[in-house]
Design a protein. Structure first.
Lengths: 390, 304
């Protein structure tokens, strides 16, 4: 079998077998599922029971039923109580979330949930106004008619409001996942390079495998593990969000967006993994690794922060430019695409540039690796590695 | 035939190799001997292509050895290296496949080596749970798995217990019998003397002696005579022509010579026939012969 494929398979089977990887994947999947379902779990109490007492109870109940049926996704049940004392007892005992007494007082344990509070307030105003108008001598039937108001029609300029919230939520998740995943798998690549160098096994490997085969195999193997993590995260997240109904309807083009994220992940990975591998080949011990990697991690961190900015201002000058400039584009462009419609040519240009940049880093990184990986002992200087790479 | 021809290597101002040449024929076991830092490891790394030489070349079967040729060599580097978190059998097989074997062939060959090197009980364990000696056996299996055409082993015996030494010696002898040239370096000169068909001694980047152990002896041993005489007057040996290297009047344990006085002399003779005549005059000559130096003695003399 091809040496590169053998190296890649070893990475997948040995690293994929470790407890760290398996539990990591499991924990990630559970975490993503919980996060996706969280809005529903937290906001789950949209079923309320309200206690009513006092002479206006009949009228309140009728209006409440009409209001609850009107548009809001709250469902409200009603229980009746003889007097304030009974109502208080019911609230204290948790039978009802809130009780309205004499259409003048609302009793609750702590604070009434915002959604319920708005409904109760509206109902209170309507019934009180009705009473005031009737006692002023107006015909109760006419008052009732006058209260019938058609709700306003919503017109949003940037798609529906709900969509925009979901979109920026998705964008935020994309940038976090891309960053975490890229830094994790690229660190694996770097550690793998140092592992082979520090244990000197690279000396045996390079008598049977060419350096580029070793590096490419390692990068591809770890890339497959990273990609499968991304697929699990995306799959579990989308499924959980839909099953639990946390996101009732995914915005148009969500699947295209996810496919785009996968492509950007691969491009970003090619770029950063080659960079991390080349840097790692300069040192001989794991302890030296984090020090030499700092500039590369800083670069990644910068792209991450710009990605965050892009969630809020997808069309700002900074985010607009950096969504096309590699390597920032790998984290900024998918975020922009999630929030707004990005012209196709911009995406194509950004991807093209990123392909060029990744290829350049792969070539230079591969050469540095080839020259530095057999030199154990003191850290190899950049200048030496680059000079001897020619 | 493996030929190393005129290798030169410098590190800055330090000359590591200054024209190293050696030849190992098919089926020959070659012992590579030298003090620490003399250039053994550098030579072997260049032979394996892990290091590039400034000048000189390595030939195998008459052709210049390139990457594809060296893929068929087996190598055990001075600094041992294995994947710590990989199982013994899996690791050996992996190197077999990298060396171009099919999965089945690698599995079969790994199984046989594991059996042969006494690792059968540990085959499913991670390498880092093994003792150093057992890790070394795995290292050797990694070098041998793809049935290499040439074996280059840097200090393969260091750190092994006597049983493992015998197992390794057995495996190497088997390979030479199959026509594989084996080069190994070692500081255990008795082992080299016992196992090797030929020996090369390197000093400061130059080969200073080479040939079969018998040839090395023949060249060096002309110099020393061992004479044992009984019943001679004390002081007789002072008249011997040449330089006395050692002298004792105590017989080796268990060798009785009756009541007669015993005397043993190691001599670098100026005239061996005259020495024999004088010894015969002085007393009864029990032993008179050229002393066979051990490889260790030859080594000390050559390297000094």
């Amino acid at each position: 079998m091809n040496a590169m494929a053998l190296v890649a398979r070893r990475e997948i089977s040995v690293r994929g077998r470790t407890k760290g990887y398996r539990y990591g994947l499991l924990v990630t999947a559970v975490l993503v599922a919980v996060l996706a379902a969280l809005p529903k779990l937290l906001g789950g109490a949209s079923d309320y029971t309200v206690g009513l007492a006092g002479p206006q109870a009949d009228r309140l109940q009728a209006v409440l039923a009409a209001q609850a049926a009107h548009g809001t996704d709250l469902s409200i049940k009603v229980k009746r109580y003889a007097d304030e004392a009974a109502a208080r007892k019911a609230v204290a005992g948790g039978d009802v979330e809130a009780a309205v007494v004499d259409n003048a007082t609302v009793i609750s344990k702590t604070v009434v949930d915002q959604g319920l509070s708005v409904v109760l307030d509206t109902v209170h105003r309507m019934v009180a106004t009705e009473e005031n108008l009737t006692s002023a001598g107006l015909d109760p039937a006419k008052v009732g008619q006058a209260q019938q108001v058609r709700p306003m029609t919503e017109v949003t300029l940037n798609g529906s409001g709900e969509d925009a919230t979901v979109r920026s939520g998705i964008a935020m998740i994309i940038v976090i996942i891309l960053f975490m995943l890229l830094i994790q798998v690229c660190t694996w690549v770097a550690m793998g390079v140092v592992e082979e160098k520090s244990s000197r096994i690279v000396e045996i490997l390079l008598t049977v495998v060419r350096p580029w085969q070793l590096l490419a195999g390692k990068t591809i193997g770890i890339g497959v593990l990273g990609l499968s993590q991304l697929v699990v995260i995306a799959g579990v997240g989308l499924a959980a969000a839909q099953i639990t109904g946390a996101v009732p309807r995914l915005p148009d083009g969500t699947y295209g967006l996810v496919a785009g994220v996968v492509v950007w992940f691969l491009l970003g990975y090619a770029f950063y993994a080659a960079m991390f591998a080349a840097i790692a080949s300069l040192v001989s011990r794991q302890e030296e690794l984090s020090g030499v990697l700092t500039p590369a991690t800083m670069l990644m961190m910068a792209a991450y922060l710009v990605g965050f900015v892009a969630v809020q201002s997808p069309d700002g000058t900074l985010t607009h430019v950096l969504s096309i400039v590699p390597p920032f584009s790998a984290m900024v462009m998918p975020v922009r695409s999630a929030v707004i419609e990005v012209p196709l040519w911009e995406t194509a240009l950004a991807m093209g540039l990123m392909v060029v940049a990744a290829t350049a880093v792969l070539l230079i990184g591969g050469r540095i690796y080839q020259r530095a990986v057999l030199r154990t002992g003191a850290r190899v200087r950049w200048r030496e590695a680059l000079a001897s790479a020619s | 035939m493996l030929e190393v021809d005129g290798l030169r290597k410098r590190y800055g101002d330090t000359v590591a190799l200054d024209g190293v040449s050696l030849t190992v024929r098919a089926g020959e076991m070659f012992g590579f001997v030298g003090a620490n830092g003399a250039g053994k490891t550098t030579t072997m790394r260049i032979v394996m292509g892990v290091l590039s030489a400034d000048a000189g070349e390595v030939r195998w079967r008459g052709g210049k050895a390139g990457f594809e040729t060296r893929r068929r060599f087996g190598y055990m580097p001075e600094e041992r290296g294995l994947y710590a978190k990989m199982r013994v059998a899996e690791q050996i097989e992996y190197f077999g496949k990298l060396g171009g074997m099919s999965a089945e062939a690698a599995q079969g060959s790994a199984g046989a080596l594991i059996e042969r090197l006494g690792l059968a009980e540990r085959r499913g364990d991670d390498v880092d749970s093994l003792s150093l000696g057992n890790q070394q056996r795995v290292q050797l299996a990694v070098a041998l798995i793809h049935e290499p055409e040439v074996l280059i082993l840097d200090e393969p015996f260091s750190g092994l217990d006597p049983i493992a030494v015998d197992a390794l010696a057995g495996v190497l002898t088997e390979r030479t019998a199959a026509g594989v040239p084996v080069v190994f370096s070692s500081h255990q000169l008795d082992l080299v003397e016992r196992l090797c068909d030929s020996v090369g001694i390197i000093k400061a980047g130059r080969m200073v002696a080479g040939g079969t152990v018998a040839e090395l002896r023949a060249r060096e041993s002309r110099k020393r005579l061992r004479i044992v005489v009984t019943g001679a007057e004390p002081g007789w040996a002072d008249r011997l022509p040449g330089e006395i290297v050692a002298k004792t009047d105590r017989p080796p344990d268990g060798q009785g010579h009756g009541s007669e006085r015993y005397e043993e002399v190691i001599l670098t003779p100026a005239d061996d026939q005259e020495a024999l005549r004088l010894a015969a005059q002085a007393g009864r000559v029990q032993h008179f012969g050229w002393q066979e130096p051990s490889l260790a003695e030859i080594f000390r003399e050559v390297v000094a």
